[in-house]
Design a protein around this ligand. Structure first.
Ligand SMILES: [Zn+2]
Length: 608
């Protein structure tokens, strides 16, 4: 496939010129350009009107709208498409036939054709496409049909009828103020676009400019604080990879007050949603997701498994590599945060202990391997599949495998080789050569050659297999072991549901709980807790209660208000912790310091 994205990362404008020159010399005609206009005339209806200019070529042409994008889920975006029409170069109506639910065939397109359609765009978040009165955010693969035989042509997108005062942010090259271009459909759709009254800042780091765009309530964030954090992450990541394969990069953030979680990686940008309240209460979530998505610019976008290429827009791309491409992206992101001073040892170890707990809690870890979980990613849209005895998460186990592989490589090489070296080698020998790697087999091969260890059993047992992981065997080399402590935690006995207007109702009520005996029912509206109105801080107040405390709730069902009293229960919870082994040795301490800095011990840069 077209590997221009991966080879030298020349600017898009230059790549377009190259494509144009190649096409001109090959066909001695003007190069094919696939052009779209995207009209934003109806934001209140979420309706986007799209015109596609199919360049001259074969008489019979197929147009495909991808069935999946951003998430590993088939979402059939054609379900949102309406009023598809095709006309010839001289304006005659052309026959248009649906070949399957996402592919249209036109006849009479030899001189080119104009295809128009509407799409309803109201999928919120970084994995979606949305036009409303406040802003627009588009992932083009969810909206733009492409001529199947022109997938590698030059593409241009022009926006029309943009509401007054809206600005545009995208990593695509600007051809004119409202027109953007890319060489190839894959490149075009790997660049989301934000339009609206966003705020922005930027900074330079090395040879690149990083642009930060935020679309959120101005009172919900401090753009200088965010930019300062992002800059530290960028600096630490570039340093950890010893690489900067781009000259521009765009961060797009939304901080919605309702919902909002997730980030989506792209080669030259990322789009991230964090709930506004979470941003205030738990800033580390913003930090973690930013580091993860930014590291993806290497791992998965450039250090890319063969199984994901070429992207098949008509059906699933099956891959066993997501434990590495997603999970180990989290591992590297955590090392980068330690390096940036945005994480510390205690929090990092607690994060690992929580990951161990999460994996051990899912009984499916004994039947589904990390590779299988990756293969089955396409099931994640189904609730049954997500049950703890049916599936594990390749994010969760992959993050742990990244740490274990790192520790294993360090141990086998006497501290000389580490996960960081693995990424450097994959970057040099695959990404920078325009090659894709062969999933787990390449990861194992490179790890073995760097550490001079036989890692067959590690990969067979823990990556391809489902053997229980002997945690202490891995963590001993850094003077740690896993401790399981049973603790009593308060249990109020019910869950809550908060609607978009902030009203709180009772979700589930524990079967044989004190609160059930007191008479609380699912669906009851909660008015007061211990004499105070149930407001935005209701959860925090609930979380402060201890076993034995009396709870006074005023609730209302469909008939009347009533007061309910009961005492908070306690339930036993197993908590995992990573703690120092007894009599920790200087060697274990040195290995831990090198590990926490993400360095190998030979580099002489090992600072905790
Ligand atoms: Zn990811």
């Amino acid at each position: 496939m077209n590997s221009s994205l991966r080879q030298n990362f020349a600017s898009i404008a230059r790549a377009l010129l190259v494509v144009a020159a190649l096409a001109a010399s090959a066909f001695a005609e003007s190069p094919a350009i696939v052009r779209y206009t995207i009209s934003l005339a109806s934001p209140e209806q979420h309706l986007v009107r799209i015109t596609l200019q199919v360049p001259p070529g074969a008489d019979e042409r197929d147009l495909q709208l991808p069935v999946w994008n951003a998430l590993y889920q088939v979402r059939d975006f054609a379900q949102y498409v309406n009023r598809v029409e095709a006309r010839s170069a001289d304006g005659e109506r052309l026959s248009l036939r649906l070949m399957d639910k996402s592919r249209w065939r036109i006849h009479g397109a030899a001189q080119g054709a104009q295809v128009t359609y509407e799409i309803s765009a109201d999928l919120v978040g970084p994995f979606g496409m949305q036009l409303n009165g406040q802003h627009a955010f588009f992932n083009f693969a969810e909206m733009l049909m492409y001529p199947v035989d022109d997938r590698n042509a030059a593409f241009e997108v022009q926006f029309n009828q943009i509401p007054a005062s809206w600005k545009i942010a995208t990593s695509l090259a600007a051809v004119s103020p409202n027109t953007f271009g890319a060489s190839g459909y894959d490149r075009l759709v790997d660049a989301p676009v934000e339009l609206g009254n966003f705020r922005e800042s930027d900074f330079k780091e090395g040879n690149a400019t990083y642009r930060v765009v935020v679309d959120a309530e101005p009172s919900d964030y401090d753009i200088d604080k965010l930019t300062g954090t992002i800059r530290r992450i960028v600096h630490a990541a570039n340093g950890w990879m010893n690489d900067q394969p781009l000259d521009h990069y765009l961060f797009i953030y939304h901080f919605p007050r309702v919902g909002g979680a997730g980030g989506m990686e792209h080669a030259y940008s990322t789009a991230i949603d964090v709930n506004a309240q979470v941003l205030k209460d738990n800033y580390q979530r913003f930090v973690d997701v930013t580091a993860h998505e930014f590291f993806h610019l290497w791992n998965v976008k450039r250090i890319r498994p063969q199984s994901l290429e070429p992207v098949d827009y008509t059906k699933e791309n099956y891959t066993t590599a997501l434990w590495f491409s997603e999970g180990v992206t989290t591992t590297a992101g955590q090392y980068i945060l330690l390096r940036a001073g945005l994480n510390d040892e205690a929090r990092f170890l607690q994060h690992l202990a929580d990951e161990i707990e999460a994996l051990e809690f899912r009984s499916a870890h004994l039947v589904q391997s990390a590779e299988q979980s990756s293969w089955d990613a396409w099931f994640e849209k189904y609730p049954y599949y997500r049950l703890p005895d049916r599936s594990i998460s390749y994010y969760n186990k992959g993050d742990l495998l990244g740490v274990l592989l790192d520790l294993k490589m360090r141990e086998a090489s006497g501290g000389k080789a580490a996960l960081r070296d693995l990424f450097h080698t994959l970057n040099k020998e695959y990404a920078q050569q325009g090659r894709y790697f062969n999933d787990s087999a390449t990861v194992r091969e490179v790890a073995e050659s760097l550490s001079h260890a036989d890692l067959r059993s590690f990969f067979e047992r823990y990556v391809a297999g489902t053997e229980p992981i002997p945690w202490d065997d891995f963590f001993r080399s850094v003077g740690l072991h896993v401790v399981q402590a049973t603790q009593k935690v308060p249990d109020v006995g019910f869950t809550i549901v908060r609607d978009p207007n902030g009203r709180i109702t009772v979700g589930q009520v524990g079967g044989n709980s004190a609160v059930a005996r007191a008479g609380l029912l699912p669906g009851d509206a909660i008015l007061e807790l211990n004499g105070e109105t149930a407001g935005p801080d209701f959860e925090q107040k609930l979380n402060r209660l201890a076993p034995g405390d009396t709870v006074h709730l005023k609730v209302r069902d469909s008939h009347r208000e009533q007061k309910i009293h009961w005492k908070v229960d306690a339930r036993e919870e197993v908590a995992f912790e990573l703690k120092d082994v007894d009599n920790i040795t200087p060697q274990q301490k040195a290995r831990r310091a090198a590990w926490l800095s993400g360095e190998s011990e030979s580099s002489g840069e090992a600072h905790p």
